[in-house]
Design a protein around this ligand. Structure first.
Ligand code: IVH
Length: 680
């Protein structure tokens, strides 16, 4: 295709896809099928790849993300991003109204909006094109997350109508409940920690390095605050009406109120109705409508005097405590759970509340048959916040924490200074064995992802795998046809786990592939207490193979950066257990990597041979990549500057203390570019 045709087709496709996006996301009236849309988008992406010079700054291809941002640049806000004062009662609200009346003779007109519970964002538009998206940060400076923001469909890349040439618009990026649930289910299935609430999920998503991952998170955005040096509008509501015409998604439940009584009605209405919204709100924002009054009222150091937030109280109900149950987690920690008489709270029926640990039970002084107060704030799991003492019978006795493991009966212990009770029977207690097996096959360890949680459970129940070495004895015949039905529990439906031909082939293939996984990950996969991914890598690199680790003493371990006595004893204890030695020998015979293998990229040159480096600050690539480069060129990487350090590799924002120490010890301070010169 010649250039002129490519250019015109890129323009044509961009315009078409903009229209289809608008129809789908803003108007809810799609005129083409998803398939047709995807085909056009694919065509555009491929044309843009071969003719990047014609890619439009508002290209719809940016919605799917293709940008990787290693470090988000810090940007100073043109107008500081202030917060709002909070109120919790009608009295405080009336006080706010009374103060404002000093600036106006008449009843004040307010705009009430919902207070979206997400991550604040400031967007800049120049000549109708989105040019920047910056997080709130500390209010003065935020992170430039433009590429990520561009993947959010409700944020227009290009405006239409009679827009202002230059302005900023602020709003809240939120994660709707549907996206949140899907994301957390996926995270749980991958063995990752779920997000505590949609707010954390939204702000976490904005900081993802890969914009295409952000696109998958299905975020949404409401824009509620227009800023420009010369706003042509007289009121906030007029601004909102116009921003809608330009293509923004403005607050949907916006109400113009004459006086504080009408504001109060709006608040009462939404304190109840919020539970039916498809996203979280945590209050109502009340803004003076007239820009003139806003200007006279002005700002305090932290917030505008012309706006305030009314925060909803976390909903609280009283219910009867049926009993406590104690759950053993996969890491051996026992968590107490309160079983409650089912009660309606914040839109859901609550039957259980976590109590975290023995200290919480003690501080609440929970007695049998107590009536307890349960609260649900921004978090998903409700908590007990107190006991209704008036309802307690004087004869009732306090609850005690159990003394033995609820699964295997072993006496629980509690380390000094720690609040958790643990079951010490880590090699024979079923949930702990399953936990170890799941950890072994997890993505960051041996990466046998075809063996998800449910399947490991089946293998354990059928006694086919009772320790990690047993995985490598599995055969096609032993696996094919295995099946288990996991009954429905609470909201989760019944699940059938079955080992069919394709699944079995995939499992065996992945197990075979795992034999190539480098030694540092094998060491991590063993699940030695206190030995995470990074520590496992450091130990592996330091000793070189499993035999040396097995023979090492405490003083050998503490030589390693970030390794202290606690880790040293964990590793030594692990290898003192004969069961573990047998497992290691079986894994060795199965062919797993038990020593560090110097591969090609490990030995790029000997330019840095014998030189020791300390790395500090932010670089154009990640610190881990820098460290790998140092070792790949024969150098050594250490944690702190000493007289033995040869170079301090200084990135942006390096701590002044490190620099001072290096200068005092006459250690050479080099930049990232100078470092690249050395390894050229
Ligand atoms: S107006 C200068 N309107 O609440 C005032 N803020 O606690 C600009 N928020 O930082 C803010 N919904 O992140 C405004 N409808 C709404 C809002 C809202 C949520 C957030 C915003 C702000 C925080 C203040």
């Amino acid at each position: 295709m010649n250039s002129a045709i490519a250019k015109s087709r890129i323009h044509e496709l961009s315009a078409l896809l903009h229209t289809y996006n608008q129809e789908y996301y803003m108007l809810d009236t799609p005129s083409v099928s998803d398939f047709e849309f995807d085909m056009l988008l694919e065509e555009l992406i491929s044309l843009e790849k071969s003719h990047p010079e014609f890619m439009l700054p508002d290209s719809p291809s940016q919605r799917v993300g293709g940008t990787i941002t290693k470090n988000f640049p810090t940007v100073t806000h043109n107008y500081p991003m202030l917060s709002l004062g909070n109120t919790y009662s009608k009295e405080e609200l009336s006080e706010f109204d009374r103060r404002l009346k000093e600036f106006s003779q008449d009843e004040i007109e307010y705009v009430c909006e919902l207070k979206y519970d997400g991550a604040a964002i400031s967007l800049t538009y120049e000549n109708g094109i989105l040019t920047k998206g910056v997080t709130r940060g500390d209010g003065v400076r935020g992170d430039d997350v433009t590429a990520n923001v561009k993947t959010i469909h409700s944020i227009p890349l290009k405006l239409h109508g009679n827009f202002l040439n230059e302005f900023e618009i602020r709003g809240e990026i939120i994660m709707p409940h549907s996206s949140f649930e899907r994301l957390n289910n996926e995270r749980i299935a991958r063995g990752e920690e779920p997000f505590a609430n949609p707010r954390n999920a939204a702000s976490g998503s904005l900081k993802l390095q890969d914009a295409s991952m952000v696109a998958k998170r299905k975020l949404d955005c409401f824009l509620y605050f227009l800023l420009s040096d010369n706003l042509p509008f007289k009121t906030h509501s007029e601004s909102i009406i116009n921003t809608k015409k330009w293509g923004f998604k403005a607050p949907e439940q916006l109400k113009l109120c004459k006086g504080i009584e009408e504001v109060w009605e709006f608040i009462l209405q939404w304190d109840t109705a919020r539970h039916n919204l498809p996203y979280d709100i945590d209050g109502v924002v009340i803004k003076v409508n007239s820009y003139e009054i806003q200007k006279t009222a002005g700002f305090t150091a932290k917030s505008p005097r012309w706006a305030i937030a009314y925060k909803f109280k976390a909903e609280r109900v009283a219910t009867k405590l049926i009993n406590l149950s104690f759950q053993l987690g996969r890491t051996g920690i026992v968590t107490p759970v309160a079983n409650l008489e089912p009660v309606q709270l914040a839109g859901t029926v609550v039957k259980r509340a976590t109590l975290h640990n023995a200290d919480v039970i003690a501080s609440l002084d929970l007695h049998h048959n107590d009536t307890v107060f349960v609260e649900k704030g921004g978090e998903i799991i409700p908590k007990i916040v107190g006991v209704d003492l008036e309802k307690r019978d004087a004869l009732e006795v306090p609850y005690k924490f159990i003394e033995n493991c609820p699964e295997c009966g072993t006496k629980l212990n509690r380390k000094e200074g720690e609040s958790a009770f643990m079951c010490p029977n880590e090699n024979n207690c079923p949930p702990q064995i399953k936990g170890k097996l799941e950890h072994f096959i997890s993505r960051k360890a041996m990466n046998v992802d075809s063996l998800g949680e449910g399947k490991v459970e089946v293998l354990f129940d059928k006694k086919l795998v009772t320790n990690v070495a047993d995985f490598y004895n599995l055969t096609y015949e032993s696996l094919i046809g295995l099946e288990k039905i996991i009954p429905a529990l609470d909201e989760k439906p019944e699940r059938r786990i079955s080992f069919r031909e394709k699944t079995v082939e995939n499992i065996l293939k992945a197990l075979d592939e795992s034999k190539k996984i480098p030694f540092n990950r094998v060491l991590f996969a063993l699940g030695i207490k206190n030995v995470g991914e990074t520590i496992a890598s450091k130990i592996a690199r330091h000793f070189g193979n499993i035999d040396k680790i097995m023979q090492a003493q405490v003083f050998d371990f503490v030589e390693i950066e970030d390794v202290g006595e606690q880790i040293a004893y964990s590793v030594i204890d692990f290898f003192l257990d004969l069961n573990n030695i047998v497992i290691i020998n079986r894994l060795k015979s199965a062919g797993l990597q038990m020593e560090v293998v110097e591969n090609e990229s490990d030995k790029l040159s000997e330019n840095l041979l014998g030189k020791s480096f300390v790395v500090s600050g932010v670089f154009s690539i990640s610190r881990d990549e820098i460290k790998n480069m140092i070792t790949a060129h024969g150098g050594k990487f250490t944690g702190s500057v000493s007289s033995k350090t040869d170079y301090l590799l200084a990135g942006d924002n390096m701590g002044p203390e490190k620099r001072k120490k290096a200068e005092n010890l006459k250690v050479l301070i080099i930049s990232e570019d100078e470092f690249y010169e050395m390894i050229k």
